[in-house]
Structures are given as C-alpha cells and as structure tokens.
Design a protein around this ligand. Structure first.
Ligand SMILES: Cc1cc2nc3c(=O)[nH]c(=O)nc-3n(C[C@H](O)[C@H](O)[C@H](O)COP(=O)(O)OP(=O)(O)OC[C@H]3O[C@@H](n4cnc5c(N)ncnc54)[C@H](O)[C@@H]3O)c2cc1C
Length: 468
C-alpha cells in the first residue's frame, strides 16, 4: 500500500467509488479510505437503495401473488411473511454487489484502505482503525465523499429496538404488529408501503399538509389516497410530540389539527431527513469550509474552497440521491485529472419513490411553474386507458407533463403508476435535449406498452390525446 496518492477518496459510497474508478481510468494513482468494512459501497449498497428495493420487490411479488386468481387463474393461499427470509435475500443482493465492486477496484488498481480518515492538513490525512495503528497518507488531491447519517427527533435518540432508523428497519428479523413512521418523504412512504403489504399496521405522520413535500401536489395527493385505501393511517399536518420507550414498544404522543393522541407502537421508524457526515473528518484542519448545517459548498467542478480538495454526494447541498452522487463523483474525478468537464444539470435529475404504486418525476412541477410566472400548459393521461395497463391489471395512476405554452418545450414530467421509475427516463432525456412535447408525441411508441401513455400525455398538452 502506498502512502502517497494522486487522488485519495474518503468514503466508498456511490460518490466515492465512482469517482475512484473514473480517476483510475484517467491514469491517476487512487486510494479509497472506508471506515467500516461492512459498509464498503456506502449507504446505497448496504443500507439504502439496494437492500430496501430488494424488500420492496419482495413485497411487490407478494402483491402479485395475492392477485393471482385474477391474473393467472391460480388460487394461491398466502401464509405469513417470513421477514427474516426477505432480509436474507436483501443481504445476499448487497453482498453480491459488494463482491462486484471489489473486482472493479482490483481491475482498476485502486487501493482500499480500511480505517477512519481525518485531515491533518490540506495534503495529509491520519487514518485510524481497529487492528492497525494510526498512520498518515498524503495525496495531491482529495475527494470528501463521507455521505450522511439519519437525523433523530429532537431529544429522542435511536435505540435500535423501538426507536429505529432505516438502517435498522432493513434488518428487522420480525416485522412489528404496529409501526409508526415519522416523516412522509421518499424513505418514510416507501417503508410505509412495504410494511403495510407484509401485514404491519402502519401509521405515517407528516408535519406538512401532504406526504412527499416537493413533489407535484396532485401526484402526492394521489399517492396519499392510494396508501390510505390500502389501510395505512396517514396523519398530515401532524407532529410527534414525545416518545417514551418501554420494554415492549414505544408510547408516542402525536399532535395534529384535531388535538393530541397517544398510542403505542412496536417500532417507531424516524425518517425525517439526513445530516451530512462532515464533522468526523476535521475539515477545518485542511481549511475546508462547511455551512451552518455541515454541508460543503463546492463550485461547478465539485471543488471546495481549498483548491486540491473536492467533495461529492450527500455531503453537498444537492439532492441526496445515489445517481446524483455518481454524477458528482465522476465529475470531480474528471476535474481532478485536469479535464474540462461541464456542470451538472440538476434540473434533469429524475426523482423516484419506490412505493407499491411508484412515483417518478423530473423537472418543474405545476406549482413551481406558476410561482415563476411561466406561461405553461399541462397535459395528463391516465393509465386506465392504456391497453398494457388493462392487461396487466395495473391501471392505477397517470402521467402529467408540463410544457412551455408557446415553444412547447418540455419543462417537467410527473408519473404515478406501475414502473414509473422506468418510464421517467424518456422524459429526463427529452428535457436534457431540450425537446418539445411534440417531439415525444411524434415518436412512435411500441404497442401495447405502458410507455404509450407518455405519447397521449404529451398530446393532451394541446388537447389532442387520442385515448383521453
Ligand atoms: C433507506 C434508504 C433508501 C435509499 N434509496 C435510494 C434510492 O432508491 N435511490 C437513490 O438514488 N438514493 C437512495 N438513497 C440515498 C442514497 O443511499 C445516498 O444518496 C447515497 O448513498 C449517497 O452516497 P455518498 O457516496 O454520498 O455517501 P454514502 O453512501 O453515505 O457513503 C459514505 C461512506 O463514507 C464512509 N465514511 C464516512 N466517514 C468516513 C471517514 N471519516 N473515513 C472513512 N470513511 C468514512 C461511510 O462509512 C460510508 O460507507 C437511499 C437512502 C436510504 C437511507
């Protein structure tokens, strides 16, 4: 192992590992420091996107099995779900991907250094870890990619038993009978949907007047109705006032528009946001500035205020998403290698909520267009008019597109429905390329596919949807 690198990456998550591979491809001598061997690959691979989506996929299959009499004429009787086996499957997926990542590190000649890195100065980090004494590593350039950690409710620490984070929730051996989920953002609603399908009685509390603040209001309202219809208690404009943990659960006071209620839950999952993990690296020793909340300001090339130190991923005040972290990590590596790479177009980043009926969006919402006084037109098409959706018994939801009224340039697209996560990319590409809704409408889409709804949603912008 070297003690001097061209590019030393701190953190092996999506921002860190992608940046390391890209820097190695560009000929730099690269090392990656990871403080927790079990977290190689970061939150996404070990405690986020991958294991969570494995669980949600299992729940989706369960839902299909429950529909089997109508879907395939088979009368399948479902017993209880064995949560431990779902978790086992999700851990196996993470393990397989971790092995793949180890292979990529070897292939690209990247050193993986186990230990916690802290800056000594702008050219040196001190690494400490179990089993190996502290040692120093120098580098020409650094990337800070230390990610984020879950934010607790004020005065209510996580105990891992009754007051839990998403990292605990994805490893539960047994699903609780009753669960409170605090926070109706993407992570909270996804877990609400999952636990509801596998038989937990779920209450979801959101302080705003609707779940998924930030998403198109109509879409968020529609998902809220779907979740309620499936039996989830959704309490909006409500907040958790106090939590007292006992031997067999937690008693919680919830304050809402109709006063206070007190109830007991087997587990309280707190998903009210995440905090950038920057304090542990002593950024001030290298002169790297952080803002009041701990985020690191960077320029369009991911450079911090210190010329040779870059930052990417959840440590930035940009969307906390793995695909954003990938893009930022890649750009940082290219900039560190001297490349003249362009800025990231954050307006074209797709956002997905992997609930049982998925939500996906890119670009402007109607509310945003209105607040910016943009003269826009919206078109909407329901999946119930789509042949493939009818065949598959997946008719819930719609696609809504927002376009500039004069030029008809696509400004945003918002989907609620089956596999919305896959359908959104046509719109992300169109937005990135500056295409109009007519460009999409005139592109022949195969029949019968869910994607055809995109064509009619675009035609609906000028009142000409064929199936609308
Ligand atoms: C439940 C859940 C579900 C999610 N689902 C999705 C999804 O479906 N799609 C999506 O796009 N995003 C999803 N995310 C978000 C996504 O996981 C993060 O945006 C992404 O992991 C951020 O990548 P990162 O590289 O910035 O940091 P991280 O993935 O957090 O990795 C940082 C790494 O740095 C290490 N580290 C920290 N400090 C040090 C130090 N001092 N020295 C050495 N190593 C250190 C950590 O151990 C960690 O491995 C989800 C998150 C959660 C919690």
């Amino acid at each position: 192992m070297e003690n001097k690198y061209d590019y030393l990456v701190i953190g092996s998550g999506p921002a860190g590992y992608v940046s390391a591979i890209r820097a190695a491809q560009l000929g730099l001598k690269v090392g990656v420091v990871e403080k927790d061997a079990g977290m190689f690959g970061g939150v996404c691979l070990n405690e986020g996107c991958i294991p969570a989506k494995s669980l949600y996929h299992s729940a989706g299959v369960l839902d299909v099995v429950r529909k089997s009499p109508e879907l395939c004429g088979l009368d399948v009787r479902c017993g209880d779900v064995d949560m431990a086996r779902l978790v086992e499957k999700s851990r196996a997926a993470a393990e397989e991907l971790r092995k793949g990542l180890s292979f990529l590190f070897r292939k690209n000649g990247i050193d993986l250094i186990n230990g916690t890195a802290r800056f000594v100065d702008r050219e040196t980090v001190r690494i400490t870890g179990e089993g190996s004494g502290p040692f120093s590593v120098k580098a020409e350039k650094f990337l800070i990619a230390t990610g984020s950690t879950p934010r607790p409710l004020p005065g209510v620490p996580f105990d891992g038993r009754h007051v839990i984070t998403s990292s605990h929730a994805i490893r539960l051996e047994k699903a609780p009978d009753e669960m409170l989920i605090v926070g109706g953002g993407a992570i909270g609603t996804e877990f609400a949907s999952f636990f509801n399908i596998i038989g937990t009685k779920v209450t979801l509390v959101e302080v705003e007047d609707s779940i998924l603040p930030g998403e198109d209001r109509e879409l968020a309202g529609r998902l809220q109705s779907v979740l309620k219809r499936r039996g989830i208690t959704v309490l909006t404009s409500s907040r958790v006032k106090d939590v007292s943990s006992g031997p067999d659960g937690a008693e919680v006071t919830i304050e809402g528009s109709r006063g206070e209620t007190r109830a007991k839950f087997g587990a309280v999952l707190v998903s009210i946001g995440r905090t950038p993990a920057t304090s542990g690296i002593d950024p001030e020793k290298a002169g790297v500035k952080t803002d009041d909340s701990g985020y690191i300001p960077v320029d369009a090339k991911m450079r911090t205020n210190v010329e040779n130190i870059y930052a990417a991923g959840d440590v930035l005040r940009t969307p906390m998403l793995a695909h954003v972290a990938y893009a930022e990590g890649e750009l940082a590596a290219e900039a560190a290698a001297g490349g003249d790479t362009g800025p990231i177009d954050y307006g074209c980043v797709p956002n997905v909520v992997y609930t049982e009926v998925q939500v996906a969006s890119v670009g402007m919402t109607e509310e945003e267009a209105r607040s910016k006084n943009i003269d826009f037109a919206a078109g909407k098409q329901f999946f119930r008019a789509n042949g493939r959706a009818v065949v598959n018994l997946e008719t819930e939801g719609f696609i809504k597109v927002i376009a500039d009224r004069n030029s008809r340039t696509l400004l945003g697209a918002h989907i609620i429905g089956y596999e919305a996560s896959e359908l959104i990319h046509e719109f992300a590409l169109a937005k990135k390329a500056g295409l109009s809704v007519e460009d999409i409408a005139k592109t022949i889409h195969a029949h019968p596919t869910f994607s055809e709804t995109a064509v009619d949603a675009c035609k609906a912008v000028f009142g000409k949807a064929i199936h609308g």
